[in-house]
Design a protein around this ligand. Structure first.
Ligand code: NAD
Length: 488
């Protein structure tokens, strides 16, 4: 069955190219999918344009759009097992994590299904009785939705659900490394009754299948989640046609632990913060900032527990985390560690490819702790996106804030302290989009997600997540017109 979904039909690539997908956990073949080129993407854009300009979707009642999203949520729950399995095979992540993700994804569709009718406009008081003035929200138009490989279907859901709720049409381009759950989602959208041309899927490499999405005049909005360098390039390409651009980029997220933190909780959360999904999480707490007095005891315990984390494939029930996505990505992580050591960091654990049964054919890299780091090291400044924790010391509140904010990124981070007032003060001064206090990683679809500084230029989830996909229009109606212009 062909894998590109364009104008309500499934088809292969115009030049018949395909790509083989292999599981990062053991190199086994997951499948072969159609690989779009630029011409396929241009066709998908044309279909989305027609569906927006002529089709029923943008003017379908918001309640009906919302109902459709609720049906998709039910279908996601129905197909949870197959979706979770496909996600794990593409990414190598543990099945239990994928199952958790599918629940989140269904919740996201439910949230935006309900949000579709939450706010549809407002009346504006003009002071003139003969004027009826309203502000209404309308869809932006054709949306290009470009997503990464780390949480493939979750990142896709965060874009597809609000885009549809607001009445847009779209072309989705997921990461070329992890296409299978996007294909499945399109089948569910079709089953739920999304009209032809509203939802389009192209698979393939960024520079080929993705590039037209950023500069094509028929695309109105680009919503991108991925790396900083790609985000910068897309923003520049989109400038030619002044598209709306929503970027969710990387992070180098500080996890600040004060000496008065609850020790067991802070250790436990610091491990989760950085080693979940082997560090391939945009909000990973990869920079540990520990207050001087606590440093030695805290880092010793982190190292003791990090060294025991069990690696394994998606279906190994004893595994605690999985492989990296690709050989190239592992090489990048290794290079960051090597550079950090050359710059003076002290290796406390990890740092060498693991070997042994079940590990030799996958792209595994162990939880790694680099101690005695400083803010000028590349491994501290740049996103390695792997299981690498850098440790810096600080003394007092002001230095914690200064070190934490000394980065071009501003996505997320945490503060651990039993002093409630201090934790709140520090949280208020962090230049980041999400701050957790005495916790790490939880999120809810009702809240906002997005970055300060170079972590992004948009918001996802929450009411602002929907607002990204809406234009705001003011309609002024003179209910008692008469000739009274300036030149009468
Ligand atoms: P990436 O930038 O390499 O690729 C992301 C997507 O962009 C892929 O679909 C890719 O094919 C596409 N792409 C690449 N070049 C393109 C081009 N010229 N035109 C159009 N599309 C193009 O990122 P990645 O390696 O897939 O993902 C990891 C990155 O994503 C990390 O930096 C991580 O922090 C970030 N991320 C951010 C968030 C967030 O919410 N802020 C969430 C998840 C991941």
């Amino acid at each position: 069955m062909p894998d590109l979904y364009i104008d309500g039909s499934w088809r292969g690539a115009l030049d018949e190219r395909t790509r083989e997908i292999r599981c990062p956990a053991d190199g086994s073949r997951v499948g072969v999918v159609d690989e779009a080129g630029g011409k396929d993407t241009v066709e998908a854009i044309a279909a989305a344009r027609r569906a927006f300009d002529e089709g029923p979707w943008p003017t379908t009642a918001a309640a009906d759009r919302g109902d459709l999203l609720l049906r998709v949520a039910d279908l996601l729950v129905r197909d949870k097992d197959a979706l979770a399995r496909a996600e794990s095979l593409d990414t190598g992540k543990r099945l239990v994590e994928s199952e958790y993700d599918i629940d989140d994804i269904a919740n996201c569709f439910r949230y935006f299904g309900r949000q579709a009718t939450a706010e549809t406009g407002r009346v504006v008081e003009t002071g003139t009785p003969s004027v009826d003035s309203r502000v209404v929200y309308e869809p932006v138009g054709v949306c290009a939705l470009i997503t990464p490989w780390n949480y493939p279907l979750l990142q896709t859901a965060w874009k597809v659900a609000p885009a549809l709720a607001a009445g847009n049409t779209f072309v989705l381009k997921p990461s070329e490394l992890t296409p299978h759950t996007a294909i499945h989602l399109m089948r569910l959208l079709e089953e739920a009754g999304v009209p032809p041309g509203v939802a389009n899927l192209v698979l393939g490499a960024g520079p080929e299948a993705g590039a037209p999405l950023a500069d094509h005049p028929d695309v109105d909005l680009v919503s991108f989640t991925g790396g900083l360098a790609t985000g910068r390039a897309l923003m520049a390409a989109a400038a030619g046609t002044v598209k709306k651009v929503a970027l969710e980029l990387g992070g180098k997220n500080p996890n600040i632990v004060f000496a008065d933190a609850d020790f067991e909780t802070a250790v436990d959360m610091a491990l989760t913060a950085v080693f979940l999904h082997s560090g391939q999480v945009c909000s990973a707490g990869a920079r540990l900032l520990v207050e001087d007095g606590l440093h030695d005891r805290f880092v010793d315990e982190i190292v003791r527990r990090a060294s025991r984390i069990r690696l394994g494939g998606p279906f190994d029930e004893r595994a605690q985390t999985g492989p990296l996505i690709s050989a190239a990505h592992r090489a990048k992580v290794e290079a960051y560690v090597a550079r950090g050591l050359a710059e003076g960091a002290v290796l406390r654990c990890g740092g060498e490819r693991p070997t042994g049964p079940g590990l030799d054919d996958g792209f595994y890299y162990p939880p790694t702790v680099l101690d005695e780091c400083s803010g000028d090291m590349s491994v501290v400044r740049e996103e390695s996106f792997g299981p690498v924790l850098t440790v810096e010391r600080f003394s007092g509140e002001a230095e914690a804030v200064r070190l934490a904010n000394d980065t071009i990124y501003g996505l997320a981070g945490a503060v651990f302290s039993t002093d409630e007032a201090k934790a709140q003060r520090v949280a208020a001064r962090l230049r980041i989009g999400t701050v957790w206090i005495n916790d790490y990683h939880p999120y809810v679809p009702q809240a906002e997600w997005g970055g300060f500084k170079q972590s992004g230029s948009g918001r996802e989830l929450g009411p602002s997540g929907l607002a990204e996909y809406r234009e705001t229009k003011h309609i002024w109606r003179n209910t008692d017109p008469s000739p009274q212009g300036w030149f009468g």
